[in-house]
Design a protein around this ligand. Structure first.
Ligand SMILES: *Cc1c(COP(=O)(O)O)cnc(C)c1O
Length: 365
């Protein structure tokens, strides 16, 4: 937390605007629009809920095909299943670790040929690293398929100098506890189409028709954010840029200390990308580290009471998605095998970072 969040929360308590409505919702939504350059937004109970509503609004339903990035967190694929639609997973490219535009286009062509033209594409800026946005959006336009930007991990990142959260027909954000800013749990859906955001707000509040009593002609959801959570979010927006600088500093610090270590490679910015470096991620190539693996490093850190994690396990490798079609090139499997997320919190001190570096350097001199 930055400090002012508690003031907003106190104001919510003092004015008795706890939930479901309240003035912070609108203010937080306005702030997100200003920050990302989007025309409209609605804040919700989670990023997963935002993605679910995005699919509903695009009319994705039973047996429709939706293209997803395989290398991601399950929250960016599960809503496809909620709607009875069929995901098709696409592998990553080596530079940004996000959706490979070439494989994307190949998949679209195959699916169109089979009469299964996808209804939507969900691409991700994983670990805060912007994907190849221009290529992905161009392909979506060429084939007239809606594109949803999963920016859950990437608020504060930029592509071509423009903040993420504005690329595609709709964008989603997450304010879950582990993300760069948090409302304790929450998300947002953003778009330039006003009717879509209106509809999302309607569906997120149990689809209540305009009547003095409770009248329902459609099935809705209880996906709205509370006014207290929105107050926290408003406070967090004041420190977002500072948190991004801290995360970027962690990344620079690690790279400065470990960049020359044989067999360790960092996920770095290329081309148009400005990453928020939500997490600093490395790949460990045991054929160049003298046999030291990602797991050796993870366990050595754990022995020093330092938590680190393997990279996301790709969706096409998950038991629950074992029958899903996958367009692969080996990249995400290799990333999962060799990749590690280093401690990356916005509050890490030099001393904390030095402890991590020391453990790694002791293994790979
Ligand atoms: C966290 C996350 C989500 C889901 O957000 P929640 O707020 O946790 O529901 C979706 N996609 C990605 C890439 C995420 O990291």
């Amino acid at each position: 937390m930055g400090g002012s969040e508690i003031e907003y929360v106190k104001e919510a308590f003092d004015t008795n605007w706890i939930a479901p409505a309240g003035p912070f919702l609108k203010r937080f939504e306005q702030r997100l629009c200003e920050y990302t350059g989007r025309a409209h937004s609605v804040v919700l109970s989670s990023g997963t809920a935002a993605l679910h509503l995005a699919l509903k609004i695009l009319g994705v339903g039973w047996n429709d095909t939706v293209i997803c990035q395989s290398f991601t967190f399950c929250g960016s694929a599960n809503p496809v299943i909620y709607e009875g639609a069929i995901p098709v997973f696409i592998d990553s490219e080596p530079d940004t670790w996000n959706m490979d535009p070439e494989l994307l286009e190949r998949a679209i062509r195959d699916l169109i040929e089979k009469g299964e033209k996808p209804k939507a594409i969900i691409y991700v800026h994983l670990y805060g690293m912007p994907a190849r946005v221009n290529e992905i959006v161009d392909i979506s336009r060429k084939y007239e398929i809606a594109v949803i930007e999963d920016a859950a991990e990437a608020l504060g990142a930029k592509y071509g100098g423009q903040p993420v959260g504005r690329f595609g027909d709709m964008s989603i954000l997450s304010f879950n506890g582990n993300k760069i800013i948090t409302t304790s749990g929450g998300g947002a859906l953003l778009s330039d189409h006003e009717e879509w955001i209106h509809r999302a707000r309607f569906l997120s509040t149990q689809a209540r028709d305009d009547a003095p009593h409770y009248e329902h002609s459609q099935i809705g959801y209880n996906y709205r954010m509370s006014n207290v959570a929105a107050g926290i979010g408003l406070g967090q927006m004041e420190v977002l840029d500072e948190w991004v600088m801290k995360r970027r500093r962690n990344h620079d610090y690690y790279r400065h200390a470990l960049g020359d270590v044989e067999g360790i490679e960092f996920l770095v910015e290329s081309g148009e990308a400005f990453s928020n470096h939500w997490l600093t991620c490395i790949q460990v190539d045991p054929s160049r580290t003298g046999g030291i693996t990602r797991e050796n490093i993870r366990i050595a850190l754990e022995n020093e009471n330092i938590e680190s994690r393997p990279l996301w396990k790709p969706m096409h490798m998950q038991p629950v998605f074992r029958n899903v079609t996958f367009y692969g090139n080996g990249i995400s499997e290799k990333l999962f095998r060799n990749g590690l997320c280093l401690p990356s919190g916005s509050n890490l001190s030099d001393h904390d970072l030095d402890r991590v570096i020391k453990v790694i350097k002791a293994l790979i001199p």
